[in-house]
Design a protein around this ligand. Structure first.
Ligand code: DC
Length: 205
């Protein structure tokens, strides 16, 4: 039986942590689809053409360890506006989703465009201020030199671009369940996500 979980939401809402935990709990493979856009964004920062970079993307490109920087995140958000770039990345995501047993995919358009037939859909969100504070602490913890104001402005710019684009904008699917993690610990958010996914899993099995 193929069980698909789609997890969407804005940057730093906790999607990544929740997706990894859900995948581990249900023994499913996990794809962080943001990495595809980050890998294309990184290549564009290095001088590549966005569509050519997306066409040539390989699984190895997702392993590059500099994809998590704020600069690459903004570049990813910019290339993600391009309909041709998005189209080039559809097959990679759908073939991952089609693997035996199923998978967890997280991103912005998984429940709406990439896997509209997913059995469980979550939209994980939190206030921009909460997300920026989390990201700020993470960056400072890694030794980056930044300020709360810069990180909040980055988060808001990325939200506006990701939600405002014409092609596959960040939006909750009609049948997605919302989790607002603003006032939740990681453990609470993970427990809530597993509870929601488990209801769909039990219904299917
Ligand atoms: O999830 P992330 O922060 O790593 O994503 C980086 C950017 O990639 C995000 O700002 C928008 C884009 N993205 C997208 O458009 N669609 C997805 N499914 C995943 C990411």
């Amino acid at each position: 039986m193929r069980f698909l979980v789609a997890i969407d939401g804005p940057a730093a809402a906790g999607k990544g942590t929740i997706s990894k935990a859900v995948a581990a709990h249900f023994s499913l493979a996990h794809l962080d689809t943001g990495l595809l856009y980050r890998a294309v964004g990184a290549k564009v920062l290095a001088g590549a053409d966005p569509v050519e970079a997306a066409k040539a993307l390989t699984p190895e490109d997702l392993q590059v360890d500099t994809l998590r920087t704020a600069e690459v995140a903004q570049a990813a958000s910019r290339v993600a506006v391009d309909a041709q770039v998005r189209q080039c990345l559809v097959d990679f995501q759908r073939s991952f989703a089609g693997r035996d047993g199923g998978a967890v995919l997280d991103g912005r358009d998984i429940g709406t465009v990439i896997c509209p037939d997913a059995q469980a859909k979550l939209f994980v969100t939190a206030s921009a201020e909460t997300r920026a504070e989390r990201r700020y602490l993470e960056l400072i913890g890694k030794g980056h030199d930044t300020t709360r104001e810069i990180v909040l402005a980055d988060v808001k710019a990325r939200d506006a671009r990701d939600a405002g684009r014409a092609e596959a904008p960040m939006i909750a699917a009609d049948d997605a369940v919302f989790i607002d993690t603003s006032a939740m610990s990681i453990e609470q958010a993970v427990a809530r996500a597993i509870e929601i996914v488990n209801a769909a899993y039990t219904a299917q099995n």
